[in-house]
Design a protein around this ligand. Sequence first.
Ligand code: CMC
Length: 443
Amino acid sequence: MAKETLTITDNRTGKQYEIPVEEGGVIRAAALRDIKTSADDFGLMSYDPSFTNTASCRSRITYIDGDKGILRYRGYPIEELAEKSNYLEVAYLIVKGELPDRGHYAAWEGNIKTHTMIHENIKKFMEGFRYDAHPMGMLVSTIGALSTFYPEAAQITDLESRRLQTRRLIGKVPTLAAFAYRHTRGLPYVYPQNDLSYTGNFLSMLFRMAERDYQPNPVLEHALDVLFILHADHEQNCSANAMRSVGSSQVDPYSAVAAATAALYGPLHGGANEAVIRMLVEIGSPKNVPGFIKDVKAGKRRLMGFGHRVYKNYDPRAKIVKKIAYDVFKVTGLNPLIDISLELEKIALEDDYFVSRKLYPNVDFYTGVTYQAMGFPMTMFPVLFAIPRTSGWMAQWAEMVRDPEQKIARPRQVYVGEQTRRWTPLEQRPEPTMREDAVSDEI
Ligand code: CMC
């Protein structure tokens, strides 16, 4: 029978090493340290900028097969969850590992709703932002500020404390997000209304004006709920990695979620849906699509909402969002930008540049047009991503805290800078003091 090992010959020394192959295709990078040229040699290490081929953890939360376009939470296909479940149930599944029974679901829903209020001082803190502050910037800051209200959250090894902070965060993030939106509009904040669903309450906190009895549109409420399910977790993406990496310092989870939210803010991650709309507006009409694609192929532009580090096939979430978009348009009227999206998708999926690089629409390609039709300004798009992703971040964080193999995250580097140099006093340094390229290194 074939052995589950890898034999490495070090041609520098002629020595052979046998390294175990685990889980059907994983080697431990630390095993390379035994490969040395002498006793005082550091040993080999692997170089993997941006972790394109390095697993940082073992996880039981989300499974992705990027080649086949498969996404499952705790073993359940995303398509089935999007069709049959609701966001709060999926959040329970992601955080706890199992679907809840009726009793546990009722308790979970009650627990989350108990924590939708925020301290009045957080409201005052929010008021301190400029009128045109980006709501994602406000969200990052206010989530971070929550840690000062719950100092006991620093007890990260205490299971009950972890559970409480998880409920608080899932409960409070929609309130912070809605307050940030109302702030940008100069509107009074709307307090949570707990007889509404999780997404219904969020819509109420966003859009309620002077109605005595605000009732969210059920189609939009359901569409937002499905979008929340699709965004709940996505294994070791940039923000989950930030959550784990910052959390590995044993900081409280509010600070780690603030860091994860900041990671999500970037245009290559959660900010991509905003970038998609800006791109569609700039293209302006389906007739301008071929010219835009030409610029993309010439390397002058990126087709935002296309491509993914893991999916080398159609992102399964994008398929669901495309359908949801049309449900929303039935209520709101068609977003005219959809015609440009469809033309971009059609041309790109037939073009060898995109086909050969396996670039397909990702989740962000159709979310922007959907959110825009629902009345959300572009600056709210990444915020709408952060709300449901909070359950994923908390599950990733709890898994990391409980994992005995995890330590403080601390990658190695390959040092390519100067070796030891002698310091000279300022007046004795020759002009110019630094090389041009050294100056640009620092910028
Ligand atoms: N438009 C044009 N070319 C692209 C694109 C794109 N959107 N994405 C990748 N490529 C090209 C890239 O230029 C490179 O070509 P070459 O081999 O000739 O140099 C090749 O495809 C591989 O790209 P990469 O940048 O090495 O791939 P990556 O895995 O580092 O990047 C990505 C993944 C998502 C950052 C990238 O595809 C991208 O920038 N997409 C647009 C932004 C976007 O939609 N982001 C949302 C991601 S999904 C939501 C989330 O998880 O947050």
